[in-house]
Ligand binder design. Structure first.
Ligand code: ADP
Length: 251
């Protein structure tokens, strides 16, 4: 379980997270939603130790994140941030192989190669695995980074806007894949997501943030209501039920 306790964070004198606490249940997809600037990316970075909080604690499987050994942490938790700009020229396969580094320190064994193949297959990248990242479309590159995270094979997977650059078909495929990873492999997935209908249709739990504060943490069914969403985003929503899914209309 991931427990976030009383996290505070400021940039200069601007408070961007204020006393944020919640617990992430295992074997679920949790979506972080909320307006721009709410603090979603910041809390994701703090949970993954990419950034320090000013106060508060993050407990991963009973142990405070600061006391985790780096290598052990990278076998337990992976994170994909929004901006991934590597300054070296890599093929898709080379990038995905990086996902295995916590296990093999750069020398991939047979099992590691197999997991790389599986991740490439999952993301439908086998045919273009030898292409260089700078030759790819934004969507192909995004899928390559996600394949790297899949190859890392961690219990906790944190993705900051995984649908960035993906078209509708690839977005739906991505969310279905995340669902499979939770249902079939028991992964625990946390995503920052802007598309409220993808959040509604694919997540189990929602953490809603606004102005650095936790506004709501509940099952998706309870968060996707006209009142809750209007209050969170300061705009009007109509919600319709289609095929047992709650669809938000806000255009
Ligand atoms: P969200 O992901 O919800 O859009 P962020 O966590 O990216 O929000 O940002 C929260 C707030 O922190 C925003 O007001 C943003 O401008 C500010 N912020 C983020 N990163 C920095 C930084 N490196 N320096 C100063 N302010 C920052």
């Amino acid at each position: 379980m991931i427990e976030v306790r009383n996290i505070n964070k400021s940039y200069g004198n601007k408070k961007v997270l204020e006393d944020v606490s919640f617990k992430i249940e295992e074997g679920k997809i949790t979506s972080f939603i909320g307006p721009n600037g709410a603090g979603k990316s910041t809390i994701l970075s703090i949970i993954s130790r990419l950034m320090d909080s000013d106060s508060g604690e993050v407990i991963i499987d009973g142990k405070e994140i600061k006391s985790w050994d780096s290598k052990e942490l990278s076998k337990k938790l992976s994170i994909l941030k929004q901006s991934n700009n590597l300054n070296i020229r890599l093929t898709i396969r080379e990038l995905v192989s990086f996902g295995r580094f916590p296990y093999c320190e750069g020398k991939l064994k047979e099992d590691d190669e197999r997991l790389v193949d599986e991740a490439l297959n999952y993301m439908k990248l086998i045919d273009i695995q030898d292409k260089y990242l700078d030759e790819l479309s934004g969507g192909q590159r995004q899928r390559a980074y996600i394949a790297m995270i899949i190859a890392q094979d961690t219990d906790y997977i944190l993705l900051d806007e995984p649908l960035n650059n993906l078209d509708m078909k690839h977005s739906a495929e991505m969310m279905k894949l995340l669902r499979e990873m939770v249902n079939d492999l028991g992964k625990t997935i946390i995503i920052v997501i802007h598309d409220i209908n993808f959040a509604s249709c694919y997540s189990d739990t929602i953490v809603a943030l606004k102005d650095g504060k936790l506004v709501n943490h509940t099952i998706t069914e309870e968060m996707i209501t006209e009142d809750s969403l209007s209050c969170l985003y300061d705009m009007n929503f109509n919600i319709r039920e289609v095929n047992n899914q709650k669809i938000c209309i806000y255009f």
